[in-house]
Ligand binder design. Structure first.
Ligand code: NAD
Length: 296
């Protein structure tokens, strides 16, 4: 099976390296990430010269780009995947995009004889490096069955969430709501403890194994205490995800009260030059109000 990989950013680079390590034949390309492309080529990938070139050399292509306009551009623009695609090419879009966009892109691909599945991920850069991402898939079960093993190289869990294109991205939106609200709860609580005179490190040691403990707390609170806001997952990407969650919530008619509150914090941070920080920098929203830093 010849695999193409398009988009070698924070997530795509280590995911592509894991496919190479597992012995897959990979052609890779990213027009804006020359260093990452050199690195995957050094690890054994064939250097693609355009998205169309990758398509002409692949049976299946993984895309890992920021948002739906980037997926559309990668597939349909001049020099894009559709231009070089052989009949029956499969695309697995692992980017996190709006579910309705996934569905629409899949329909436009089908008109050109290209099959599509959405397979966004959770777990961030550390799990992309370890190959233990949580992968949530939407699209025909037959396509899921065909690629479950390939996805398993990058994931600790690979779940088929529904036959409809976009079902994976709907699941991802639920994930992003829970992560955002959980980080904001951690920021609020550790600011409270610090201002009340209790060492945040002691709070972390005392509560992380209890009911309040979470993967989010384990990953993000040490970053907060270390004042390390290097992404990880950028605030601007989380704004994109919560916009998609709010739109979807409004569309289906469910209240999104907590999501909208955290979205306002993220938007304030974006407007105050923190859009490229890790989302653990939600803490800075509270610190700006109190003037007190949470640190070891
Ligand atoms: P990133 O910005 O680091 O990387 C995206 C890459 O896509 C860039 O290198 C860019 O050059 C490339 N790209 C953009 N347009 C392209 C095109 N037309 N053709 C080819 N390549 C193109 O982003 P990331 O953090 O790797 O995130 C990628 C996706 O994964 C996003 O949808 C994000 O929401 C999701 N995600 C990220 C994380 C995380 O922790 N970073 C975790 C889970 C999911």
């Amino acid at each position: 099976m010849k695999v193409g990989f398009v988009g070698l950013g924070i997530m795509g680079r280590p995911m592509c390296l894991n496919l190479l390590k597992a012995g897959y034949e990979v052609t890779a390309y990213d027009p804006f990430a020359a260093k990452a492309l050199d690195e995957v080529v050094a690890a054994g990938a064939v250097r693609g010269t355009s998205n169309a070139d990758v398509a002409s050399k692949s049976d299946v292509i993984i895309t890992m780009v920021p948002n739906s306009p980037h997926v559309r551009a990668a597939v349909f623009d001049k020099g894009g995947i559709a231009e070089g695609a052989k009949e029956g090419l499969d695309i697995i879009d692992m980017s996190s995009i709006a579910p309705l966009e996934s569905k629409d892109i899949a329909e436009k691909c089908a008109e050109r004889g290209i099959n599509m599945m959405d397979a966004p991920v959770s777990g961030g850069e550390p799990k992309a490096i370890d190959g233990t991402l949580s992968i949530m898939c939407g699209g025909p079960k037959a396509m899921f069955d065909k690629y479950e093993k390939l996805l398993g190289v990058m994931g600790g869990s690979v779940v088929h969430c529904g036959e409809v294109n976009g079902a994976g991205n709907t699941t991802k939106l639920a994930n992003q709501v829970i992560v955002a609200v959980n980080i904001a709860a951690c920021a609020e609580a550790y600011e409270l403890a610090t201002m009340a005179g209790v060492d945040p490190e002691k709070v972390f040691a005392a509560i992380r194994g209890g009911l309040a403990g979470s993967t989010v707390m384990d990953a993000k609170v040490p970053m907060m205490m270390d004042r390390n806001f290097k992404p990880g997952f950028r605030i601007d990407l989380h704004i994109k995800d919560l916009n998609n969650a709010l739109d979807t919530g409004h569309g289906v008619g469910t209240p999104m009260i907590l999501t909208s509150a955290v979205q306002e914090m993220l938007q304030w941070l974006h407007n105050n030059k923190c859009g490229s920080d890790d989302h653990s920098a939600i803490l800075k929203y509270y610190e700006n109000i109190t003037g007190v830093e949470v640190k070891r």
